[in-house]
Structure formats: structure tokens, C-alpha cells
Design a protein around this ligand. Structure first.
Ligand SMILES: Nc1ncnc2c1ncn2[C@@H]1O[C@H](COP(=O)(O)OP(=O)(O)OP(=O)(O)O)[C@@H](O)[C@H]1O
Length: 243
């Protein structure tokens, strides 16, 4: 039963098979960038080489990609372009050879609900809702992947149980970052985009969060793209790239 099970389980998704099928047609887990050049960065990057900008790069199913780059080189711009939050670029971003600019609103919503999850650098929590409400909102917006009891389990792992019923506007940035991580892991995904996901966390909390993220990605055979300023050993990355 939802909400009281001691061993949270993955929900039977057969009832939502029509939704999953329609997004599966669109999504084949491969992300292709062709000569991508964000307009605001056009002049900046031309003076140096990049393994992402203005070249052809493919992120294959299940890859764990780290993008390490200094401040202001376009990490957030890239993540937002992949998620179609911004389109001010030349070149293309494609999923399964389908240019994301051609993906209409319904299909985009389905992609974001079933195939792609995200941890924003600026977290984007609703400040007037509690931590639990923020997480629960994302869980029930799509065909739920987990029962709500999984919120307690993940919160316990990340040591934020005590603030689950607190308004997130009153939580510290480190607590908010952990809430945003749990929120992202509560939904189905084949790709997880993470923009500096541990920027407010100490080493112990970062390692706990990384272990949980790795576990959830393995469970789904999912890939991720993680940006950060520095090198780290949190994950066994399949590729390390720079901007
Ligand atoms: N709409 C825009 N108009 C003008 N400049 C922009 C716009 N969007 C981003 N920029 C600039 O593009 C550059 C890259 O910004 P972005 O936020 O992607 O960098 P970042 O690598 O994520 O930085 P940080 O590590 O500091 O978060 C910055 O110099 C920023 O000022």
C-alpha cells in the first residue's frame, strides 16, 4: 500500500504502458550534439579548444559522463540546452536522431517525465512547500516509479529526515541540494542531468549522495551527464570531458 510499506518497491507500470510506449518511440537513449555553439559563448570558445562546443559528440546509452570546466564556460548553458530550457544556439541537440527543436510540448513533457531527470544548479524547489511536498510533486506528476515510502528511505540515506516537513525556504542550501537530489531520483529516467550537484555538500554528504545516485542509475541502466568545476572520484565515469 502506498505510503506505509516498509520495503518500498517499484510500482507496477503496466497501467501507464501507453505513456511509456509513446515516449519510448521518441527516445532511444542516445544524445547527439552536432556543432553546438551557444550564441552567448560564440566568441569566448573560439579562442580555445572544446570537446563539446562546435564538434560532433554522442552520449551513448548508459554512459556516465563527467564534464569538468571552469566557471563561466557554459556548463549550465549546456545542461539547459540538452533539457530544452534554452534554444539560443547554433548546431543541434538530438535524441535518437530527432532534433529536440522539433519535439513538441506534449512529447517534451513526456520525455521529462519518463526519460530525463535533472538536478538544477539553482535547485528550483518551491520555497513555500515542504521538502516532502517538493519531492512528492515530482513523484506523482508522472507515472510513479516508486511508492511514496521511498521518500523516507532516500531521506534517511541522505540524512534529511528531520527536515522533510519543513518549508524548503527555511532549509540550508546543503539540505535543499539533498532534497533536489531525492526529488530527481523519485522519477523514472534513462538519463540524469546534474549541474554541480554537490556544490553545497561536504565530502561525507557528497559521497553518500553519489552512492545513492549510482545505485539508482544502475537500477535503471541509466546514463548521466554531470558537470562540475573540479575533478572528483565520486563515480566510475565512462568519459571525462571538458568544455
Ligand atoms: N542569455 C545570456 N546572455 C548573455 N550571456 C549569457 C547568457 N547565458 C549565459 N551567458 C554567459 O555565458 C557564460 C556561461 O554561463 P553558464 O552559466 O553556462 O556557465 P557555467 O560554466 O555554468 O558557470 P558556473 O560554473 O559559474 O555556474 C557566462 O559568461 C554567462 O554570463
Amino acid at each position: 500500500m502506498r505510503g506505509i510499506s516498509k520495503q518500498p518497491s517499484i510500482i507496477d507500470r503496466s497501467a501507464f504502458s501507453h505513456i511509456l510506449l509513446s515516449s519510448a518511440i521518441l527516445f532511444n537513449k542516445m544524445i547527439q550534439l552536432k556543432n553546438l555553439v551557444p550564441v552567448p559563448l560564440k566568441e569566448k570558445f573560439q579562442v580555445r579548444k572544446s570537446s563539446i562546443w562546435n564538434t560532433e559528440v554522442t552520449f551513448n546509452k548508459g554512459e556516465w559522463i563527467k564534464i569538468k570546466a571552469p566557471s563561466g564556460t557554459g556548463k549550465t548553458t549546456l545542461i539547459h540546452s540538452l533539457y530544452k530550457l534554452r534554444t539560443d544556439y547554433e548546431g543541434s541537440v538530438s535524441y535518437n536522431d530527432k532534433n529536440i527543436l522539433e519535439v513538441q510540448d506534449d512529447a517534451l513533457a513526456s520525455l521529462r517525465q519518463q526519460n530525463i531527470s535533472i538536478i538544477f544548479q539553482d535547485l528550483r524547489l518551491f520555497a513555500n512547500l515542504t521538502a516532502r511536498e517538493n519531492i512528492e510533486l515530482n513523484r506523482v506528476l508522472q507515472a510513479p516509479y516508486y511508492e511514496s515510502a521511498m521518500i523516507e528511505q532516500m531521506a534517511d540515506t541522505l540524512q534529511i529526515t528531520h527536515i522533510l516537513n519543513q518549508r524548503t525556504g527555511l532549509c540550508s542550501y546543503g539540505e535543499q541540494q539533498r532534497i533536489a537530489i531525492v526529488r530527481a531520483l523519485m522519477q523514472p529516467f534513462e538519463w540524469l542531468f546534474m549541474d554541480e550537484p554537490f556544490s553545497h555538500l561536504d565530502m561525507d554528504n557528497s559521497e553518500r549522495a553519489a552512492r545513492l545516485i549510482a545505485q539508482e542509475c544502475r537500477k535503471r541502466n541509466a546514463g548521466f551527464i554531470l558537470t562540475d568545476l573540479d575533478e572528483d572520484t565520486h563515480f566510475s565515469y565512462t568519459r571525462n570531458l571538458t568544455l
